[in-house]
Ligand binder design. Structure first.
Ligand SMILES: [Zn+2]
Length: 121
């Protein structure tokens, strides 16, 4: 589980950094307490800044804000021992899916259902 935490924190800080590059900012109040209280994140952002200066993301600010929120929510769930469980049906999310998208909140079945629902709107 420590690997997952590292990946989540890394992705989180990277997304947050890109967001800042785009001139955006996420209000700290928008983030779950687990992340807000983690003062080490600031250092990590500096570190990533050095590594990722070359990269300008094409992602829109909105997408990044979304990602930051999903990642911080995933960290929060990890801290509460709820990580890897589908928020819709409470089934375990497959490890392969979590590996591909660590911040994912739903199993494949529920994701399909949600996407079909959104397509109808
Ligand atoms: Zn599900």
């Amino acid at each position: 589980m420590d690997d997952i935490r590292k990946r989540l924190v890394h992705n989180f800080t990277a997304a947050l950094f890109r967001l800042r590059q785009l001139g955006g900012n996420v209000a700290v109040e928008e983030l779950p307490g687990a992340v807000r209280d983690n003062s080490r994140l600031a250092d990590e952002v500096d570190e990533i800044q050095a590594n990722e200066n070359r990269e300008i993301s094409f992602a829109t600010r909105e997408k990044l804000v979304d990602r930051v929120k999903r990642l911080s929510a995933a960290l929060d769930r990890l801290n509460h021992g709820e990580y890897g469980v589908c928020v819709e049906c409470s089934e375990r999310i497959s490890p392969a899916r979590l590996h591909a998208v660590p911040e994912v909140q739903t199993c494949v079945r529920c994701q399909d259902r949600i996407e079909q629902f959104e397509r109808r709107l």
